[in-house]
Write a protein that binds this ligand. Structure first.
Ligand SMILES: Nc1nc2c(ncn2[C@@H]2O[C@H](COP(=O)(O)OP(=O)(O)OP(=O)(O)O)[C@@H](O)[C@H]2O)c(=O)[nH]1
Ligand SMILES: [Mg+2]
Length: 463
């Protein structure tokens, strides 16, 4: 797949200052020469690299001008893909950019697959796999902190950690291989102890990395936070308050919210995917029942639940039903409407486990409510420390990384067991190689083609 020349629109479709069509591959410059006429004459293929040329983009059959624009030539290996790359910059309009792309395709380029530019950068050895993944994380990053982590990863923070672990394992492998070659020699005890120490240290390193997986996932995807409670308790008011805009309808009619609404909120650097849901109650209304069913589904895979209760109304079975359903989830209980005369107090809730309980008003003191809630969210999401140290360390940002490291850990635990049982050294070789292979999956050394396709399919076309 890596030998053709690909083309794609690299800028978002819509009106903008400029639109860019990007070409990459051996014929990139020749194709650009077919459709681009430099104002000063000559051809792109004869010019020095890394120079912008002003000129006309034309239909080569009629020489008719499609737009005026600039051409930027980058020669292999000094480009994003490490291949010859040309960027044709024209005016940023929906039709004009598509016209320029068509010209390139007619001149012999193939339409790029999603993520194909980055995939080529990986296949050509310019980025490893975790760095390529960081590219999409940079584009999608929901907060500045997430961006910092992604940029670190692009610069190799995770790759370096993995490589260091691999180095240690290679060292052991060499020792083990040596003992296999000379089976009659007894391996000295010192050496066995050394191997055991290194294995233990590597396991600790892997354990440390695995501990970062939750933070990494939160920073990349956001903490899935579901606001729940019976109707009219103030769930939509809470969404609006945290968003600081009137996103959801708020009325004093119970059952106002029918469908769930999701918005991204930045709580002191921690991204929350905040979801307002329909109030949970028994209802005869078909639409409301569908909304309630959806709310219950959302509760199933929430990372965090914000359970809102109304202190100015008697507690009902619906309140206790929601408490029961969320008892095994990380949750915060928000006793709302404390500006109104109370009809019950915290004790009435019974045992709520270790869920923090806050008393708030979303009408009288919004800022105070947001402050209190932010403190608790930071503490509870286990991400208070993310904000202080995320930029300075490697984080596992994907389930893929986590799985690979868990498998590596498993193999290494096996080899440690074998070693401790005093069994022949060559028995641990298999597990060592398995661990090395799993570690290589993170950086893409040992990853299979179908996995690669899945990873790059998440990218947009032109990236
Ligand atoms: N006095 C007082 N009223 C509040 C407070 N929070 C919300 N309300 C009012 O309570 C009513 C219901 O608020 P919503 O935010 O729509 O409640 P909800 O839980 O989303 O309701 P449903 O969508 O019907 O499930 C509105 O009239 C709000 O203005 C509060 O802290 N104090
Ligand atoms: Mg609502």
């Amino acid at each position: 797949m890596n030998d053709g020349t690909i083309a794609a629109i690299a800028t978002p479709i819509g009106e903008g200052g400029i639109g860019i069509v990007r070409l990459s591959g051996p014929e990139a410059i020749a194709i650009a020469d077919q459709v681009f006429r430099p104002k000063q004459g000559g051809r792109l293929r004869d010019q020095k690299a890394d120079r912008l040329r002003y000129g006309r983009i034309v239909n080569p059959h009629s020489e008719k001008t499609v737009d005026e624009g600039l051409a930027l030539v980058m020669r292999a290996p000094y480009s994003y893909t490490a291949e010859d790359v040309v960027e044709l910059q024209c005016h940023g309009g929906v039709i004009v950019v598509q016209e320029v792309l068509s010209l390139c395709l007619n001149a012999g380029a193939q339409m790029a697959e999603p993520g194909e530019f980055t995939k080529r950068a990986f296949l050509n050895g310019r980025l490893d796999l975790s760095q390529a993944e960081a590219v999409i994380d940079i584009v999608r990053s929901p907060t500045r902190l997430g961006l910092e982590v992604a940029v670190d990863q692009l610069e190799g923070s995770l790759s370096r950690r993995i490589k260091a672990i691999q180095e240690d394992l290679y060292q052991i492998t060499v020792q083990v291989e040596a003992s296999i070659d000379f089976p009659e020699d007894d391996v000295p005890d010192v050496e066995l102890q050394q191997i055991e120490d290194t294995l233990t240290r590597v396991l600790e390193d892997i354990g440390e990395l695995l501990e970062t997986a939750d933070d990494g996932k939160i920073l990349r995807e956001g903490l899935k936070t579901v606001i729940t409670g019976k109707p009219n308790v103030g769930k939509s008011s809470l969404l609006n308050t945290l968003l600081d805009e009137n996103r959801a309808l708020v009325t004093d009619i119970p059952g106002t919210t029918r469908d769930s609404i999701e918005e991204l909120v930045n709580v002191r650097g921690v991204p929350l995917r905040l979801i307002d849901t329909a109030g949970i109650r028994e209802s005869a209304d078909v639409v409301e029942r569908l909304g309630v069913a959806r709310s219950l589904d959302l509760l199933q895979d929430a990372d965090l639940v914000l359970h809102v209760l109304d202190r100015s109304e008697e507690l009902t079975d619906d309140d206790f039903e929601v408490l029961r359903r969320t008892s095994n989830t990380r949750r915060i209980i928000l006793i709302n409407k404390v500006d109104l005369p109370p009809l019950w107090d915290v004790e009435a809730l019974g045992d709520v486990g270790d869920s923090p309980v806050l008393e708030i008003s979303l009408v009288q003191d919004k800022a105070e409510a947001v402050d209190q809630l932010s403190d608790v969210i930071l503490r509870l999401s286990g991400s208070g420390h993310i904000t202080s140290s995320a930029g300075s360390r490697a984080l596992l940002t994907r389930t893929r990384h986590k799985q690979a490291l868990q498998e590596a850990k498993h193999s290494l635990n096996e080899s440690l067991e074998t070693l401790k049982k005093g069994l022949p050294l060559d028995l641990i070789a298999v597990d060592l190689y398995a661990a090395l292979e799993h570690l290589g999956e993170v950086t893409g050394e040992t990853v299979r083609e179908n996995i690669l396709d899945r990873i790059f399919a998440q990218f947009c076309i032109g990236k």
